[in-house]
Design a protein. Structure first.
Ligand SMILES: *Cc1c(COP(=O)(O)O)cnc(C)c1O
Length: 382
């Protein structure tokens, strides 16, 4: 048994207001399915991000699924995807029987490389088959380089879905992440910067498209006096209780961003001078929410591998994770195309090999963070 309580990677952090909103929902018996908190939460998120509309759904993955269907993605269509991401970015491509093609990261932001994206478009052009959509991820809460990426996508006339599941509260050139594509999505999964216990949001300036998504998200029920259906639909709507939690969380989002950025600064200050130790850079075009602090180890300078450090921390009951295993390396996607940032070098492979996600919760105490720092120092001395 460990004498210390477990330190989690990114646990939920409630403000107190969530419970009040839930009580209100109970008092009015608006438990489910919809209700006033859902509508209010959508309005508040849309206003926060600066878009015309938002649709509250059951997960970030569901929001991506709806976005791709709105863009007409179907059987056999190509969708360009960031390779360095969580599987939730890409599974919706498979739900629609479409084909993902993976794009490497660039070293400045770790997000989709404009160079690799351009290569993929040239390939598609030669093939005579353009992608139906490009899904661009804001990794670990850092914005992708949207001016460069959107220039390329606009040139080829292909719409973008911004997967800002990890980047709520982050900005690119002063504008909120989640607003750069034709559609954007947030996730409120349990480990994200704010959580509703589980949920997601689809964002867009196209309110007509959001109406269509609402129809699909509620089992595609036609306007008729009986239950009539002409299209395939899903049960994807967010409940009133879940939205109540979200409204409470939204009031503290900016505080949560500040707290996570401080967590990052303390790690960097304590560990950044150790030879071979680095951190995920912050690109000068935006402000990251630092959802997770990612430390890197240069294998030529450190005696231990990231997996060894993670195991050492686990022995002290500290939860850490490797960087996402890139999608092009997943058994599920062995047959898929992948375009690299440099000819013979995959940046996402390198990041996967050297990165460690550290406990980054906004409720992480100074003492607990010191425990993590001490344990990392100890493990690096081996
Ligand atoms: C969490 C996450 C998702 C999926 O969100 P869920 O709400 O868990 O479905 C999608 N993409 C990225 C990059 C994520 O981190």
């Amino acid at each position: 048994m460990n004498k210390y309580p477990r330190i989690y990677l990114s646990p939920p952090h409630m403000s107190g207001l969530e419970e009040l909103y839930i009580k209100e929902a109970f008092a009015s018996n608006w438990i489910a399915p919809l209700g006033p908190h859902v509508t209010a939460f959508e309005k508040e998120v849309a206003a926060y991000a600066g878009v015309k509309g938002a649709l509250a759904v059951s997960s970030g993955t569901a929001a991506i699924h709806l976005a791709l269907r709105l863009l007409g993605v179907g059987k056999g269509d190509i969708v360009f995807c960031s390779s360095l991401t969580f599987i939730g970015s890409v599974n919706p491509v498979l739900y629609l029987d479409a084909i993902p093609v993976f794009i490497d990261s660039e070293p400045e932001s770790w997000n989709m490389s404009p160079i690799a994206l351009e290569k993929a478009f040239k390939w598609a052009q030669e093939l005579g088959k353009m992608p139906k959509a490009v899904i661009i991820v804001d990794l670990y809460g850092q914005s992708a380089d949207f001016d460069s990426l959107l220039d390329i996508c606009n040139h080829y006339g292909v719409p973008v879905v911004e997967d800002a599941a990890e980047a709520m509260g982050s900005t690119y050139k002063g504008k909120a992440c989640g607003t750069f594509g034709k559609f954007g999505i947030y996730s409120f999964n349990g480990n994200k910067i704010i959580t509703t216990s589980g949920g997601g949001m689809l964002l867009s300036d196209d309110t007509e498209a959001l109406e269509k998504a609402l129809y699909w998200a509620t089992q595609a029920r036609d306007k008729a006096p009986w239950y009539q259906h002409s299209e395939i639909g899903y049960n994807y709507r967010m409940s009133n209780i879940v939205a109540a939690i979200g409204r409470g969380q939204l009031t503290v989002l900016d505080e949560r961003v500040k707290a996570r950025r401080k967590v990052f600064e303390r790690y960097k200050e304590a560990l950044g001078n150790i030879p071979g130790v680095g951190f995920m850079p912050e690109a000068n075009f935006g402000q990251a929410n630092r959802w997770l602090t990612v430390m890197t180890l240069d294998p030529t300078e450190t005696a231990v591998t990231p997996i060894q450090v993670i195991e050492e921390l686990e022995r002290d009951s500290i939860e850490c994770r490797p960087v996402w295993k890139p999608m092009h390396l997943q058994p599920l996607f062995t047959d898929c195309m992948f375009f690299t940032h440099e000819d013979e070098i995959s940046i996402s492979d390198q990041l996967f090999a050297c990165g460690i996600c550290l406990p980054s919760g906004s409720s992480l105490t100074l003492d607990d963070q010191q425990r993590v720092i001490d344990c990392i120092k100890k493990s690096l001395k081996k």
